[in-house]
Design a protein around this ligand. Sequence first.
Ligand SMILES: [Ca+2]
Length: 187
Amino acid sequence: MISELQRRKYVHRFTTLDVNGSGFLELSDYVTVAVRMCHASGVATNSTLGASLVSACRQAFERLARDCGPVEDARVDLQTFVDFMGGELAGRPDVFDRGMKPIVDLIVDICDIDRDHYLDESDFCRFLGSYAVSECEVIAAARRLGIGPTDLISHEEFVHHSRNFYCGDDPSDPGNWLFGDISALIE
Ligand SMILES: [Ca+2]
């Protein structure tokens, strides 16, 4: 059983992942995000790092769509996504650490262009700007996470926020903002 806050976060996450605006999640949405993130950060998709992210995103969609037919044609609707995320991740940080943290680590490695293990504002903008999130919403999210023109967050802090977004149930947690403005969903 997931909380109303968790359900709303997963609904928001679905919207940000549906980058082609079809109203469903398809393999192309996941691959597009990975390719955008690589291109924005100057990482070739056929490099070790780039290919790892594309492959990890493809595998994440395959897990999500496992009951939706052949992966190339699968279309995942909102309810299926919310049920999957709630069943896998709500209140289960251990599952996040095993299943999702490796992807989050790859994302940070790609967006952290200067490889200092900290994300600055432009790193974060390349990350969140790769999803279906408007530019002003990206900046608002950065501020909530403590990222500003001179404020950085560490790789570990980014993972911590990700874990709390997917698993947590605290309306005041800054991690709720990782994928954009969810104030309308919380208040
Ligand atoms: Ca879509």
